[in-house]
Write a protein that binds this ligand. Structure first.
Ligand code: ADE
Length: 262
């Protein structure tokens, strides 16, 4: 996967591919990340990349010409051009998975008051937002997208299962996890995790994912009445000490009644 970022602040992007999972994927050449600065394509002494908005108003608007030249320096026939914008479609797990099958993503990062609409009309395939709030530029949003998409690519996490078990895959959140010591802060690691019975652990983890999703993000979950009864039995049979260790002791059992698919 090739990530090409058009930005006035390449340092903000370069940092993310020097570190962590994205850094390793970059080193292993599983991903390529490149930045192009529109300032490179200015000819005046001040290297002007923006101008005042027609009709007045706050903020400077990024000029079309340096953006077009930046894009021309990057584009390949398979490239998908994305403008990072709070007005875009939300970056969900599903969107991330969809993007992970592209060959090249060109991410346009706006600054100041935004970019000239005519550039968007002509060249942008999709606008993407990372949330309903406004950042001072698209760089942090582009970094989030690069990190999230990279995690989906084969080989990046070393173990393909890891991204399948991440929160949001299959519309479920991740189950709680524990490490040594077995006992701390007056709480014990759930017995089943010490049993060595992988099938039992897998079933238990799957139910836990349902319970945690129901507790934290009930909007994600749709279950039929059989699944709900089974989950209710599972939760009722759980010792109080285990509920506490799992962070589920204040779990409202009444919510188990509300999740039936119509
Ligand atoms: N640029 C500014 N705010 C943004 C957001 N919320 N998502 C994506 N790009 C942005």
């Amino acid at each position: 996967m090739r990530f090409s970022v058009i930005t006035l602040f390449p340092e903000l992007i370069e940092y993310i591919f020097s570190k962590g999972v994205v850094g390793q994927a970059h080193q292993a050449q599983l991903i390529q990340v490149e930045c192009v600065n529109p300032r490179t394509f200015t000819e005046d002494v001040h290297k002007t990349v923006d101008d005042r908005p027609f009709g007045g108003g706050d903020g400077m608007i990024m000029l079309v010409e340096p953006l077009v030249q930046s894009l021309n320096s990057l584009i390949s026939p398979q490239a998908k051009v994305i403008y990072m914008s709070p007005q875009g479609v939300p970056l969900t797990d599903q969107k991330v998975t969809e993007l992970s099958s592209e060959k090249q993503l060109i991410l346009i990062c706006g600054r100041y008051g935004g970019i000239d609409q005519r550039f968007i009309n002509e060249f942008v395939d999709e606008e993407i937002s990372i949330g309903d709030y406004v950042l001072s530029g698209g760089e942090l949003a582009a970094a989030v997208l690069i990190e999230a998409v990279s995690r989906k690519l084969p080989g990046v996490l070393g173990n393909q299962q890891s991204s399948e078990m991440d929160s949001f895959s299959n519309q479920r959140l991740e189950e709680p996890c524990f490490t040594r010591p077995r006992e701390c802060l007056g709480q014990s690691v759930p017995e089943v995790l010490l049993s060595g019975n992988h099938k039992k652990i897998q079933d238990w983890r799957s139910k836990l994912r349902d319970l945690v999703t129901l507790k934290k993000r009930p909007d994600l979950l749709k279950m039929n009445s059989l699944q709900i009864s089974s989950l209710k039995r599972f939760w009722s049979a759980m010792p109080d000490s285990e509920k506490k260790a799992l962070g589920l002791d204040h779990f409202p059992t009444s919510s188990l009644a509300d999740q039936t698919d119509p």
